[in-house]
Ligand binder design. Structure first.
Ligand code: PLP
Length: 389
């Protein structure tokens, strides 16, 4: 039996006829740009998340970019985010000429640590970087404007704490829910937990299409209207009336058609992911030298990844090599935190600036994880790991 890191083929077999029907419908009506499936999908996902407005777009990266642009983020604005995430989260901040200020993670959830966010804010207010590492040459004119919290591996960040801090300091909060669509926090769905929620439909995400795609969610009607305008070149009353600078950021109709088919089994997929995660947790319960991911009591993760921590880098690399020999695929998300990437070298952060992120990067290993992973495969994976350590 072949163990796959993510099994999109198996999922496709389940909904193949619906997929074909939906795609053929697009070929028949020919409305490839902003066809009827777009509005149907937006309505369906707005209902699913319990958010008033859902605006589809071309990728998760564009969802983040549209949200920042709609809030007017630009040069001189400080945006706080985690250094332990995919590059896109911080890339969009830099693209707009704003300053990414990294805030370390909580080592148990891998999500931004609200206590450290407070420290970062106070370091900026006092200009005293001894309390929290700040980018070099930060001008006094730079003002904190927003936070992008990331729901890493499908687990929502601590929005009660984050939103409270944001309210006290007048910060706009974006939820990077690229990995957490379908997850829950205190009974509320991911994408509904901040001023704007952004998700990605990249194929490997919990809800993926067959290309690139994304969506913004917000209860703020004015914000939704601005995002919608920026999505299509800053359109006003029509696309040849341009009232602001925007982008070409639409979702393709054919991808919306794929997503509508995927939504027919999405709730079931989430439950299966939960079962797979619980099975891993049980199988790992006798193995002491590894740290196994757990959900905080008020969260339901959608388990985009099942990421364990080895004792140290040497053990992690050894486990990966041994699993590789058994044809068991694994991945390292993320081997290098963003503050250590060349793209952000200009910020002047050092090794040691964000110890929890650096420690996680050195020890983390993501195991095969998808709704259709079988118990026997999971037993093989955990047995192979316990033999390797
Ligand atoms: C995938 C991802 C993105 C970007 O989504 P794309 O659709 O690939 O542009 C942003 N943030 C995080 C945390 C992601 O995992």
């Amino acid at each position: 039996m072949i163990t796959k890191f993510n099994d999109l083929e198996c999922q496709q077999r389940r909904i193949r006829s619906q997929l074909e029907k939906n795609i053929l419908a697009v070929l028949d009506h020919g409305k490839y740009i902003m066809g009827p499936e777009i509005e149907i999908l937006e309505k369906q996902l707005a209902d699913f998340t319990g958010v008033k407005n859902a605006i589809s777009c071309a990728s998760g990266t564009d969802a983040l970019l549209l949200s920042l642009m709609a809030q007017g983020i630009g040069p001189g604005d400080i945006v706080f985010t985690s250094p332990f995430t995919f590059i896109a989260t911080a890339e969009v901040i830099q693209l707009l000429g704003a300053v990414p200020v990294f805030v370390d993670i909580d080592p148990t959830t891998f999500n931004i640590d609200p206590g450290k966010l407070l420290k970062a804010i106070s370091a900026i207010t006092t200009g005293e970087s001894s309390g929290h590492p700040l980018p070099q040459g930060l001008s006094k004119n730079c003002k904190p404007k927003a936070v992008i919290a990331v729901d890493l591996f499908g687990l929502p960040a601590d929005y009660m704490a984050i939103n409270r801090i944001a309210q006290d300091h007048n910060l706009f909060v974006i939820e990077d829910a690229a990995q957490s669509f379908g997850a829950e926090y205190q009974g509320k769905k991911a994408c509904s937990l901040a001023n704007v929620g952004c998700t990605s439909f990249f194929p490997a995400k919990p809800l993926g299409c067959y290309g690139d795609g994304g969506m913004c969610f917000t209860n703020d009607d004015e914000m939704a209207a601005v995002i919608e305008s920026i999505r299509v070149h800053g359109k006003g009353t029509d696309k040849y009336d341009n009232i602001r600078i925007g982008i070409n950021g639409r979702l393709d109709t054919i991808q919306a058609a794929v997503l509508l088919a995927k939504m027919s089994i999405f709730a079931e997929d989430i439950e299966l992911r939960q079962q797979v995660a619980r099975r891993y947790q049980k199988l790992f319960s006798g193995i002491d030298s590894l740290t196994i991911p757990q959900e905080p009591a008020d969260c339901k993760s959608v388990w985009a990844q099942f990421s364990i921590l080895a004792r140290d880098t040497e053990q992690r690399d050894h486990i990966q090599k041994e699993l590789n020999k058994m044809d068991i695929p694994t991945a390292i998300y993320y081997p290098k935190p963003l503050h250590q990437q060349k793209a952000f070298a200009h910020l002047g952060y050092q090794k040691g600036s964000f110890p929890a992120s650096e420690d996680a990067a050195g020890r983390i290993l993501s195991l095969p994880m998808h709704p259709y992973l079988e118990a026997s495969q999971q037993e093989l994976i955990t047995e192979s790991i316990s033999l390797a350590i």
